[in-house]
Design a protein around this ligand. Structure first.
Ligand code: HEC
Ligand code: HEC
Length: 361
């Protein structure tokens, strides 16, 4: 216990020495669960697994955000809607409610807005709100979940496809990382295992990880350029290259055809200083959500640590750390201590359209 308190003391001291960071430079336990509208979240839970939100009924949110993988998909680069492939890694969704900026390039801040993009964008689900409303109307079980969720709106309540975004966002607010030994240590209830504690001291001290990885999610929610190498599949596989090109063009990049890689936050802000910047990811639950980085370039936690230790790649804001083998192991032990077992998630049954159910009876 004592060494941990000393480590936290050192962090506070470091905070005094670097006043710009002083207020933020803390690791924090997870906050209590968010208050949610239970009926709306239950409607949202069904919609999260509902393939009929996608244009051709082929995929749901759970096709790319798998509950058994912390709602990531286990692949370096995400798949896309039929006929497309994606150019970024599908992030896990646990405690996504705590993220100030969404998506690897930070282009969103509102959860329902991110859900809307996922459903409507042709690269993800290619859905259409009027068709979604009509399909929900024709599935009796979903219709009754909708009635319960929107009961307060009286007789004239109208089912609209947009309500699906609100409901799924409410469901996402119920998904949280489990409590870990690090949370118990931060609250002073139990000591960390010695190697992990050594890792915590490095993390908050000499290795300087805490400058960007702090707060309850161990993320500052801001983009930084680490110079992660491009994933070769993006330029090798035409469907991925086209998706990236389209993304850059859609964001209004001055010369989308001239770009040879993922420009990250620059496509959103058009600020040249943010070229190649990606938002610091949370460091909880990593045991479930590999491969790592915005393009899944690293398969293991160790590879990600080694990359930071080298000072990153071309144009990186990181400095080389020159950590010893034992120090890198200690950091890995600390990061592993930040993963709790996943809570089991039961997918709802697949319901028939009312008319189909009637013919079968
Ligand atoms: C075809 C795969 C695919 C499908 C289907 C999909 N997603 Fe995603 N999702 C992704 C990828 C890839 C990203 C990262 C995109 C980026 O950063 O540019 C993402 C990002 C997100 C984010 C932002 C997470 C963060 O940490 O910033 C949320 C929230 C999200 N998806 C929720 C959903 C929901 C809800 C659905 C269903 C309505 C859904 N997704 C369907 C692949 C998918
Ligand atoms: C300058 C800010 C900064 C510092 C300092 C920093 N990181 Fe990161 N870290 C990031 C960013 C940004 C990414 C994502 C980069 C990308 O995908 O292009 C990242 C990604 C990671 C990942 C991969 C997580 C995932 O889900 O993909 C791990 C693990 C990680 N960092 C650990 C560390 C460790 C350990 C240290 C200290 C040795 C550290 N970081 C220091 C900003 C930082």
């Amino acid at each position: 216990m004592k060494p941990l308190l000393r480590a936290l003391g050192a962090v506070l001291l470091a905070g005094f020495m670097a006043p710009a960071f002083a207020a933020d430079l803390r690791l924090q336990p997870l906050p209590p669960p968010a208050p949610v509208n239970a009926a709306l979240a239950e409607f949202g839970r069904h919609l999260f697994f509902e393939t009929r939100l996608s244009g051709d009924g082929s995929r749901s949110c759970a096709s790319c955000h798998l509950p058994e993988k912390g709602f990531a998909d286990g692949q370096a680069l995400s798949r896309g809607y039929n006929g497309t492939e994606h150019f970024r890694n599908a992030p896990g969704l646990l405690s996504v409610r705590l993220k100030p900026r969404l998506m690897w390039d930070g282009r969103g801040s509102d959860l329902a807005g991110a859900v809307r993009e996922m459903v409507l964008d042709a690269q993800f689900m290619n859905g259409e709100t009027r068709i979604i409303a009509e399909r929900i109307r024709q599935i009796p079980q979903l219709l009754s979940l909708w009635r319960r969720a929107f009961a307060g709106q009286g007789e004239k309540a109208e089912l609209r496809g947009e309500q699906a975004f609100e409901a799924i966002a409410e469901y996402l607010k119920t998904l949280d990382f489990g409590e870990t030994s690090v949370d118990r240590a931060l609250r002073g209830e139990a000591a960390l295992e010695p190697l992990a504690e050594e890792g915590l001291r490095l993390f908050s001290g000499r290795a300087g990880c805490i400058q960007c990885h702090h707060g309850p999610l161990l993320s500052d929610g801001k983009p930084h350029r680490l110079g992660v190498p491009e994933h070769p599949a993006i330029m090798r596989e035409p469907l991925r290259a086209i998706s990236l090109l389209r993304h850059h063009a859609e964001r209004g990049l001055p010369q989308p055809m001239a770009e040879r890689g993922d420009v990250g936050a620059y496509a959103v802000s058009k600020n040249p200083a943010e070229r190649g910047g990606f938002v610091t990811p949370p460091l909880r639950g990593l045991a479930h959500t590999g491969p790592y980085m915005h393009n899944g370039r690293f398969a293991s936690i160790e590879e990600a640590i080694d990359f930071h230790d080298r000072g990153g790649g071309p144009g990186s804001v990181l400095r080389p750390l020159d950590l010893g083998a034992r120090e890198r192991q200690a950091l890995a032990a600390f990061l592993r201590a930040l993963s709790a077992p996943l809570a089991p998630v039961a997918a709802p049954p697949a319901y028939d359209y009312g008319s189909v159910a009637r013919t079968r009876r």
